[in-house]
Write a protein that binds this ligand. Sequence first.
Ligand code: MRU
Length: 354
Amino acid sequence: MRTIDWVDGAIEMIDQTLLPDEVRVLRVDDLDVLIDAISRLVVRGAPALGVAGALGVAMIARAHRDPSEVGPLAARLRAARPTAVNLAWGVDRALAALPHGAEAVLAEALAIRDEDIAACREMGNLGADLVRELVPDGPITVMTICNTGGLATVERGTALGVVQTLFERGDLREALAAETRPLLQGARLTTWELAQMGAPYRLFVDSAGPSMLTRGLADVVLIGADRIAANGDTANKIGSYSLALGARRAGVPFIVVAPESTVDVATASGDEIEIEDRGTDEVVSVRGVRLAAEGTRAINPAFDVTPHDLITAVVTNRRVVRVGRGETMHDLPHSAADDTVAAAAAGSSGWKEN
Ligand code: MRU
């Protein structure tokens, strides 16, 4: 089953807020419903957000005969979550097809969906090859955080896609999944995917990660990304930076796996990446049950930035970039930013964000 798709004139997505207890598909044919679904993490994960953004523009374009109405609505969709560059990228790429009509916008959105499926396969192979190179002997224990599997993409995943490829090749000893407070993407979603895969896995509390690494309990850390700056600094789920520090201390390779649509060469370094703060409620309570004293206020950064010097390599669907050795994302032949710049240069979208 695809995490998100275009089915009979509307967007269908697995409602990830209900997992692992219930697999329910939400059908979306309204912009406000889509923005709400993105905000509540019904659909989440950077690549899936890129597809949601593009399909959302297709949905808007089909509902509005006057193309001048589409841009402002797409701008609302683009702003639904700020850190994952894929959302803005998907919206912009679909919008660039608008002068050719609503069906061209849909075709572009479906191309983004299909490219995501192919990219995950490519990342799986490249990533598994790199892990095998860095950990040459024996079965491999992988530590990961958040959910970077099929639920975060259309089908197969980025970092968890590499875990799947390692498993299929017979190279996986065990996957260790961080539970990923506060919304528990690791506990709820990654365990669900690993169980479906039939792969061996265990769950751990986030704060155990660094010391587990220094105790030698994992051979490699694999994470996804929400935005990779030109110098390789990587925004990803909160807790990634702690794992990178622990991995450096332990001498364990720390690898980022993300499609090129997550590379943002227009952002020079991690200092420029906006970090979403999701407010008090989801920290002081878990699934509606209050944990903290009444009236407690929380700081809730959803992401952190791992500096490039702590990252052994970034694996995209096209190549391996050793950012820890000073290579930059400019060394890639092509990036999401190139698409956006090219579209803007061609003036093809006829729309600019204010
Ligand atoms: O808040 P989320 O669940 O959307 O955060 C997701 C992550 O941080 C993922 O690691 C990232 O988007 C990469 S998904 C392949």
